[in-house]
Design a protein around this ligand. Structure first.
Ligand SMILES: Nc1ncnc2c1ncn2[C@@H]1O[C@H](COP(=O)(O)OP(=O)(O)OP(=O)(O)O)[C@@H](O)[C@H]1O
Ligand SMILES: [Mg+2]
Length: 112
């Protein structure tokens, strides 16, 4: 089992949810986060002067998956969330030790 964690643009979330749903991927956790990458923040130029934003609003999506589903999900996220501009985000994949479904006490891949 693996966890796919993606940091994406908030405006792509709805399209991403639909794309994942249509392929049968329903379980996920999302969090509103702030972050920065290579370019750090951005400088907004106002008439009254410059205003520095050090952390940009992003959405973090976490999905625990069977190993065999990881490539498909990574591909869906990459395709749906790419604009080609800086700040499109990143996808991280982690190993997962165990999953327990609280209602049924099932564990492992049956609990995903
Ligand atoms: N190395 C990292 N570790 C953890 N989070 C990161 C890392 N790089 C980026 N992020 C997260 O992803 C968000 C988007 O990053 P971003 O797409 O700007 O990365 P980048 O490396 O600067 O790529 P690009 O040059 O395309 O902008 C950041 O706001 C941050 O939340
Ligand atoms: Mg960047």
């Amino acid at each position: 089992m693996k966890k796919v964690e993606a940091i994406v643009r908030p405006e792509r979330l709805e399209e991403l949810r639909e794309a994942l749903d249509s392929k049968g991927f329903s379980g996920m956790t999302i969090t509103e986060v702030k972050g920065r990458g290579v370019q750090r923040g951005i400088t907004l130029e106002w008439r009254v002067g410059d205003y520095r934003v050090e952390f940009m609003p992003k959405i973090k999506i976490e999905m625990v998956l069977n190993d065999t589903d990881v490539n498909e999900v990574v591909d869906i996220i990459q395709k749906t969330c790419a604009t080609g501009n800086i700040g499109d985000g990143k996808i991280f994949v982690y190993p997962i030790e165990q999953v327990v479904k609280i209602r049924t006490k099932e564990n492992g891949t049956k609990a995903i």
